[in-house]
Design a protein around this ligand. Structure first.
Ligand SMILES: C[S@@+](CC[C@H](N)C(=O)[O-])C[C@H]1O[C@@H](n2cnc3c(N)ncnc32)[C@H](O)[C@@H]1O
Length: 285
């Protein structure tokens, strides 16, 4: 089966799920079931703190200095660092929509010193993991939906959103929600991939139609591919002996291990990864 066919198939399955109104069901219930099953079989998932494909800077001398305990997760942290580095987070109020397993939230709080950082995710299993795993002042985790953010208007200075929008019911509603909860002059840092030109154009149209000013929107596919290449062997080592052989291929593809359809999609240009910085009009206080 070719990479193109695989990507098209998964896109069509998503469209069917949308038509039936069950995309969220797949995003939460199925995913939670897999995690709960893994935890029951004593598969220790404590190591799994990031769910993104990572970023390797074009100039490796600009790689951030990391604490020894963070080096394993270097490329995933670098994606966060690359995206948020243009605006100082110190003393700010930050919301991360779709924080996943909380690794990015923990990095931001420890290195960038925001006043308050809220990690929100649709998955109760992820939120329960985050609450167990991290205990930093000013950091909290909330279960919630990107399409209906449970916050007041103008509550945050910065919103971070990494590799998650592909799973949302409505991208325009998500952008409206982020615009609502941001203070005037606030920033949205957004990064995600799309699997073909049609999907990419759709995303660009949604980005252009938001009420935000687009400060930058860069194609970082090459940097993500470099990260995947660097991190492939480590990821294989983490799951190889733990995941039942029947599921191993799907796991490898999900993680875009070298040689899989997902990885090849980055090599042959099917997959495009965007990194965008947007600002809400008005003066920040
Ligand atoms: C690929 S992970 C990325 C997690 C994190 N940003 C990272 O880089 O490690 C995508 C996350 O989006 C969450 N998600 C999917 N649909 C969502 C929704 N409608 N609202 C909030 N979170 C959602 C999933 O539960 C998952 O944790």
């Amino acid at each position: 089966m070719s990479g193109k066919f695989f990507n098209e198939l998964s896109w069509r399955l998503r469209k069917v799920a949308d038509f039936l109104g069950v995309r969220k069901y797949f995003n939460t219930k199925l995913y939670n079931l897999i995690l709960i099953r893994a935890e029951k079989t004593n598969f220790d998932l404590g190591f799994w703190k990031f769910m993104n494909y990572g970023y390797e800077p074009t100039d490796p001398t600009t790689r951030p200095q990391l604490l020894p305990e963070d080096k394993e997760d270097r490329v995933c942290i670098q994606l966060y660092q690359h995206l948020v580095e243009t605006v100082a987070m110190a003393g700010k109020s930050v919301l991360e929509v779709s924080c996943g397993r909380g690794g990015g939230a923990s990095y931001a709080v420890r290195y960038l010193k925001p006043k308050h950082y809220v990690g929100l995710d649709l998955s109760p299993t992820n939120i329960a993991f985050c609450r167990r795993q991290y205990d930093h002042e000013g950091l909290e985790f909330v279960e919630g939906d990107a399409d209906d953010l449970p916050f007041d208007d103008e509550e945050f200075d910065i919103v971070v959103n990494i590799e998650a929008s592909n799973g949302y019911d409505s991208i325009p509603i998500f952008f409206e929600q982020v615009h609502r909860v941001l203070k005037p002059g606030g920033h949205l840092f957004f990064a995600d991939l799309r699997h073909n030109e049609k999907q990419l154009n759709e995303l660009r149209e949604h980005l252009d139609a938001t009420a935000f000013e687009q400060i930058s929107c860069d194609d970082i596919t090459g940097n993500v591919l470099a990260a995947l290449t660097l991190d492939s062997d480590r990821k294989v080592g983490l799951v190889k002996d733990k995941v039942p052989p029947f599921f191993l291929g799907s796991f490898y593809n999900f993680a875009a291990i070298k040689g899989t359809h997902m990885y090849k999609g980055f090599e042959n240009g099917d997959n495009t990864y965007l990194s965008c910085r947007l600002t809400k009009a008005g003066k920040s206080s």
